[in-house]
Design a protein around this ligand. Structure first.
Ligand SMILES: Cc1cc2nc3c(=O)[nH]c(=O)nc-3n(C[C@H](O)[C@H](O)[C@H](O)COP(=O)(O)OP(=O)(O)OC[C@H]3O[C@@H](n4cnc5c(N)ncnc54)[C@H](O)[C@@H]3O)c2cc1C
Length: 300
């Protein structure tokens, strides 16, 4: 029986594991990879000196430590998790079974991908899924934002202060009527294409063009240096759906102390309902979750 099992090896899970090891907890991190989405980085010409976000350096060091501490990690996927009396029981994809007195959920979330020709080949070469991370790279450039939800509008608002031109491709009306939507549309730098759909992405070593089509099938080619896709995040909460409280977007509801609705079960990073989507925030939440699990066991 482990004191703590951490599910997911992204920034949140790796940090939780390192903190738990420092507390001498008998812990195991289970994840098919180490690093999670922190392994993804935008590659753009002249962008090598971009140093605003240093979270990936911390993640690299924590990953190195865990690669060395073989006893504390298992490179598998958890396929089943349940509460079994006063502890938790879980199974991995190889059929191995484990028990733990406490569990941290840090399986992250998947961005909804843009499914048009060119979008995958230009992934992280101008096709971006994290406006909050990459908007500062596009000072005085022309960009497109795809989406009509709050994240897309927040992204468009940020880019309208940085980029020279923002094409907002809103496949539907979404949240355009909100205060934020009105503010974005009031910007002279923003052009709205409501009801239009992305058709394809093209470029050379990086994105240069986005082709879009109107509801009447008219096509238009936009010259852009980046396409920010903000169609939403799908949290990886399948393991706990039905027995742990989730919000309307199926993210795990946590207290600010990372507790879920089930005692002994904690959650950290992009999988929670607290706004994150940043490596540094996931690192902080992971540390907090480990310390709270430690406290939970001390008091149990
Ligand atoms: C394309 C892209 C680029 C980004 N760039 C930046 C950036 O430059 N700077 C920045 O600060 N933020 C960036 N972000 C956001 C940042 O990557 C995330 O906020 C951060 O990685 C969240 O960490 P996490 O640990 O919560 O989840 P994740 O990083 O998503 O890690 C989740 C982990 O859980 C594992 N897992 C999933 N399911 C299971 C399971 N069933 N069993 C076991 N393990 C499982 C996964 O394999 C993975 O290791 C980017 C996001 C995207 C999508």
């Amino acid at each position: 029986m482990y004191d703590l099992i951490i599910i997911g090896g992204g920034p949140a899970g790796l940090t939780a594991a390192i903190y738990a090891i420092r507390k001498r907890m008998n812990c195991l991190l289970i994840s098919p990879d180490l690093g999670g989405k922190a392994n993804l980085r935008m590659v753009i010409e002249g962008g090598t000196t971009y140093q605003v976000i240093n979270g990936s350096d911390i993640v690299r060091r924590f990953r190195g430590e865990l690669e060395y501490l073989e006893f504390a990690r298992l490179l598998e996927k958890v396929t089943h998790l349940e509460k079994a009396g006063d502890h938790f029981a879980l199974t991995t994809d190889s059929g191995r079974q484990f028990e733990a007195k406490s569990v941290i959920l840090s399986m992250g979330a998947d961005p909804v991908r843009l499914n048009v020709p060119g979008a995958d080949s230009y992934f992280m070469r101008g096709v971006a899924y994290s406006t909050v991370s990459y908007a500062p790279l596009y000072m005085d450039k022309q960009v497109a934002v795809v989406g009509s939800n709050g994240m897309a509008l927040r992204g468009a608002a940020e880019l309208a202060q940085i980029a020279s031109k923002v094409h907002l491709i809103a496949p539907d009306h979404g949240e355009l009527d909100s205060n934020l939507g009105r503010r974005v549309l009031a910007s002279k730098r923003v052009t709205l294409y409501e009801g239009w759909q992305p058709e394809s992405v093209a470029g050379d070593s990086e994105v240069r063009q986005l082709v879009i089509s109107s509801p009447s099938a008219e096509q238009c080619t936009l010259d852009v240096d980046a396409v920010f896709v903000e169609l939403g995040l799908v949290p990886r909460t399948g393991l706990v759906e039905g027995w742990v409280e989730l919000d309307e977007q199926k993210r795990i509801v946590t207290s600010c102390g990372t507790e879920t609705s089930v005692p002994g079960l904690f959650a950290a990073g992009d999988i929670t309902h607290l706004p994150a989507e940043q490596v540094l925030i996931a690192i902080g939440e992971g540390a907090k979750a480990a310390l709270n699990a430690y406290e939970y066991l001390l008091n149990g």
